[in-house]
Design a binder for this molecule. Structure first.
Ligand code: SF4
Length: 468
C-alpha cells in the first residue's frame, strides 16, 4: 500500500481538545513497555535471539550509555553519575570495552552498523583519548560505515563542547549531534542549575555546521520553573533563528518522590497546567508555521530532514531514542542500564553501575532482565508502531504479515475505536485505519486500545507521564 502523506503542516494544536484528553500513557519507545521485562529472562535467551538475528542478517544499531556528568541539572531523571573521579571513569570505560568485545564476538562481522548513538549522562565527559579509544574498539568489533551510509549521533552538553571536542567527534565518524538546550531564559537556567548562555550555544551550532555535521537536533523542555508562555515564546524564536534540523519538545514531569534531584525545584516556581498547555500549543503551532513538520510524540523536523522523509515513505520506526530511520535494524544497547532489541527480544543491562561492572569483570554479559515477545506481542507491536510512526494501520498488510483476520482478531478493539471515530479522532474502513489531525495529538490514548498490558490501574497511571 502507498502510504498516505500524513505529515500535515496545517495540523493545529487545539488547546481545549488536549485539555479534555490529557491522559497518562506510555510513549511506546518499546512494546511491551519496560514494565513487562522480568528477571527470568537471561543471557541464554539473549544468545538464542542473537543466533536468530544473525540468520536474518539485519543491519545493526548500536547505543552506548555514558552515565557521567560534571554537575547535576535539577530536572534530570536520567541514569547518571556525577563524579570528578577519573579512576572511576576509567574503570567504567574498561568494562564498556569488554562488553563491546563480548557483543562483537556474538554478531556476524559483516552486519553493517547503520546507526550509532552515544547518550548519557554526558558522553563528552570522556577525555579525547577515551572517546577515541571507545570508537576504536567499536570499529574493531563491528562493521562501521562511512558517514554517507549511516547516522552516527551523539548527545552534546554545550557547556562541555569546545571546537577541539567537536572537531574530534566529527573525525571519529559522528555526523549528527543532539544539543541539550531546554530553555534560553537565564532565570530558568539558574533555577535548574544548568546555565548555558546563548553565545555559547551559538558557537557550538556554528562550529558544528562549519565542521560539516549533517544534522543538529535540539532538546527542549517545557514545564520548568519560572517558564511562562511569553518567556518560552522567546526561547522558541531563538531556537528558530538557530535552525536546528530536528527539535524534541519534552514535557517536564515533576516527580520529586521518585527523583531526588528534582527536590531542588520548588513546586510554587512551576508553571500551572494551564500555562504548560499554552506553552505546548503555542510552541508547536509556531514551529509548524515556520516549516517544521510534526513527526509525532514530542518530535518536529524540517521537511527535508531524513525523519520527515522516512515518515512520508513509510520507513519510520520508534526505538528507545525516540523516532528513527534505522528500519529493521537490531539494536544492541551497551553500558549501564542500556536496552537491546534483538529479534523478538528486549534485554536490559543492570541499572546499578557496580553490578554492571562486576558482571563484565567476571566476563559475562551484564543482562539484568528482559522479555521475549510472543506472536500476539509482535502483532500489537506492529500496530502500535504503525500508529505512532505513520498515523494509520494498513489492514491487508497486517493480515498478510501476521496470518490473521484483523476484524475478528481485534473485534473488541475495533468496537472501542468506533467510539473514537464518532469523536472525530480516526476513520475506520475495511482496509485502513487513519488517525485524523486531532487523533494524532493524542495518539498515545489510541495506542492504549491495542496495549494488552494496559490495565488502567492507578499504579500504571502513576508510572507514565501525561501529555501535559
Ligand atoms: S540532564 Fe543530562 S547533563 Fe544534566 S544531569 Fe541529567 S544526564 Fe547530566
Amino acid at each position: 500500500m502507498e502510504y498516505k502523506k500524513t505529515v500535515a503542516p496545517s495540523l493545529a494544536w487545539d488547546r481545549d481538545f488536549i485539555q479534555n484528553n490529557n491522559i497518562a500513557g506510555p510513549r511506546y519507545t518499546s512494546y511491551p513497555t519496560a514494565i513487562q521485562f522480568h528477571e527470568e529472562y537471561g543471557i541464554k535467551d539473549y544468545e538464542m535471539a542473537v543466533k536468530r538475528s544473525n540468520q536474518k542478517k539485519r543491519p545493526l544499531s548500536l547505543y552506548f550509555h555514558i552515565p557521567f556528568c560534571d554537575t547535576i541539572c535539577y530536572y534530570c531523571a536520567c541514569n547518571k553519575i556525577v563524579t570528578a573521579d577519573k579512576k572511576r571513569v576509567r574503570h567504567y570505560l574498561d568494562q564498556l570495552i569488554r562488553e563491546i568485545e563480548i557483543q562483537g564476538s556474538l554478531f556476524k562481522e559483516n552486519r553493517p552498523v547503520v546507526q550509532l548513538h552515544w547518550g548519557g549522562g554526558t558522553p563528552t565527559f570522556f577525555s579525547h583519548s577515551e572517546m577515541t579509544e571507545l570508537m576504536y574498539h567499536t570499529g574493531r568489533n563491528f562493521n562501521l560505515l562511512d558517514s554517507e551510509q549511516a547516522e552516527y549521533s551523539i548527545e552534546i552538553d554545550p557547556r562541555g563542547a569546545d571546537i577541539d571536542t567537536l572537531s574530534l567527534i566529527h573525525g571519529l565518524g559522528f555526523n549528527r549531534i543532539s544539543l541539550g538546550i531546554q530553555d534560553f531564559d537565564e532565570k530558568v537556567q539558574k533555577a535548574v542549575n544548568r546555565v548555558q548562555p546563548l553565545p555559547l550555544v551559538e558557537k557550538v551550532v556554528h562550529a558544528s555546521r562549519d565542521l560539516g555535521f549533517q544534522s543538529i537536533n535540539m532538546d527542549l523542555i517545557y514545564g520548568l520553573p519560572y517558564q511562562t508562555p511569553q518567556s518560552y515564546r522567546e526561547t522558541i524564536e531563538t531556537v528558530i533563528e538557530l535552525q536546528p534540523d530536528r527539535i524534541s519538545l519534552f514535557n517536564y514531569a515533576h516527580l520529586p518522590h521518585r527523583f531526588k534531584t528534582q527536590r531542588q525545584i520548588k513546586d510554587e516556581t512551576l508553571p500551572t497546567a494551564d500555562e504548560k498547555l499554552e506553552i505546548l500549543c503555542d510552541s508547536a503551532n509556531t514551529l509548524m508555521r515556520v516549516g517544521y513538520v510534526y513527526i509525532g510524540m514530542d518530535h518536529f523536523a524540517k521537511r527535508e530532514d531524513s525523519l520527515a522523509i522516512a515518515q512520508q515513505q513509510g520507513q519510520l520506526q520508534r526505538n528507545f531514542q525516540g523516532y528513527s530511520t534505522a528500519r529493521e535494524a537490531d539494536l544492541i544497547g551497551m553500558g549501564v542500564s542500556a536496552i537491546s532489541h534483538i529479534d523478538n527480544t528486549y534485554s536490559q543491562n543492570y541499572k546499578s553501575a557496580n553490578r554492571y561492572e562486576d558482571a563484565l569483570t567476571e566476563g559475562r554479559l551484564p543482562i539484568e532482565r528482559g522479555y521475549t515477545l510472543c506472536a500476539d506481542d509482535l502483532l500489537r507491536q506492529e500496530v502500535i508502531s504503525q500508529l505512532t510512526c505513520h498515523n494509520q494501520i494498513d489492514i491487508p498488510n497486517m493480515e498478510k504479515h501476521h496470518q490473521i483476520n484483523f476484524t475478528s482478531y481485534f473485534e473488541a478493539e475495533l468496537c472501542e475505536l468506533d467510539a473514537y471515530q464518532k469523536q472525530g479522532l480516526l476513520q475506520l474502513s475495511p482496509t485502513v485505519i487513519t488517525l485524523t489531525e486531532l487523533g494524532r495529538l493524542i495518539v498515545r490514548r489510541l495506542c492504549l486500545v491495542f496495549d494488552i498490558y494496559n490495565s488502567g490501574s492507578q499504579n500504571q497511571k502513576n508510572t507514565y507521564s501525561r501529555i501535559i
